[in-house]
Design a protein around this ligand. Structure first.
Ligand SMILES: [Zn+2]
Length: 282
């Protein structure tokens, strides 16, 4: 990219940024405009027409803004712009709004969505059974039924899972101690195969994006296949924000927490990682 290109690009970014800020201000005025029927007093047929003609807003944008703003109208902490609070509107109450307002300010939209999902599932019961629908070939169904016999499906599936885990255990490469951050190919391949290219956070089905050291490389200088996990971006961010308890244990033990453990030595490293990242995008 030459200097001229860069110049034009920078201008666009600056104007775009201002446009977003002005649009945010427009959006926040909408409930008041609706309440006072200002659009009518000014001779418009509806608030949609008013917002479209004067600010170029679509009908969807207006409806969406009014819906979300209605949910947060009695929650002053959350009035920082609707896009950042959108993921929390289904979970926020008057009692916890300060907590969620802080999280909305600190986290990216994607991370916040993931966090809301985790908080919600952590409050659900652990003892439920889930019905799943699978498309299987008839001959496979027959074989499975025979294998199950008079036992339950849970026992058969547990047996399969155990066998698979054992097989992985046998194929697992040794951990490597090194000063190089680069994860050795053998270990990388193993983790990706184990994850089936899906985030290894329990209950998450998103494709994996990042390989994460649950024992920070900066502290241990090692690549241990048992301590490296394939994660989606949202879950990886939660780890680096110190919001996952018992991170060093197996995924089944991970628990979402509400505030990070600042005494944990990895917290310092995570702060650095977060700072480095925000500098890289900003
Ligand atoms: Zn995930």
């Amino acid at each position: 990219m030459n200097k001229k290109d860069q110049n034009i690009h920078e201008k666009f970014v600056e104007y775009g940024c201002n446009a977003k800020e002005w649009m945010r201000k427009c959006v926040l005025l909408l409930p008041e405009i609706e309440r006072r029927r200002i659009w009518k007093k000014k001779g418009f047929g509806s608030i949609y027409e008013y917002a479209a003609k004067l600010a170029g807003m679509s009908r969807w944008q207006v409806e969406d803004a009014l819906r979300i703003l209605k949910k947060i109208e009695d929650k002053p902490f959350l009035q920082q712009g609707i896009n950042s609070v959108r993921p929390v509107v289904t979970i926020v109450t008057k009692e916890n709004e300060k907590f969620w307002a802080d999280k909305a300010r600190e986290m990216s939209k994607n991370t916040l969505e993931t966090y809301v999902r985790e908080i919600r599932t952590s409050t659900e019961s652990d003892n439920e059974v889930i019905e799943i629908l699978m498309n299987l070939k008839p001959e496979l169904v027959d074989k499975l039924k025979k294998l199950k016999g008079h036992g339950g499906w849970n026992e058969l599936m547990e047996e399969f899972v155990e066998m698979r885990e054992k097989q992985f255990e046998q194929e697992k490469p040794e951990k490597v101690q090194t000063n190089s951050r680069h994860i050795p190919t053998k270990i990388k391949k193993h983790v990706i195969k184990r994850s089936r290219r899906t985030c290894e956070y329990p209950g998450c089905c998103k494709p994996y994006e990042i390989l994460h050291h649950t024992r920070r490389f900066a502290l241990y200088k090692e690549h241990d296949p048992d301590k490296i996990f394939a994660l989606c971006k949202g879950h990886e961010r939660l780890f680096h924000q110190g919001l996952v308890e018992d991170e060093h244990k197996a995924p089944g033990f991970w628990r979402i927490r509400e505030v990070p453990d600042k005494k944990d030595p990895k917290f310092k490293i995570d702060l650095k990682v977060m700072r480095f990242r925000s500098a890289a995008v900003g």
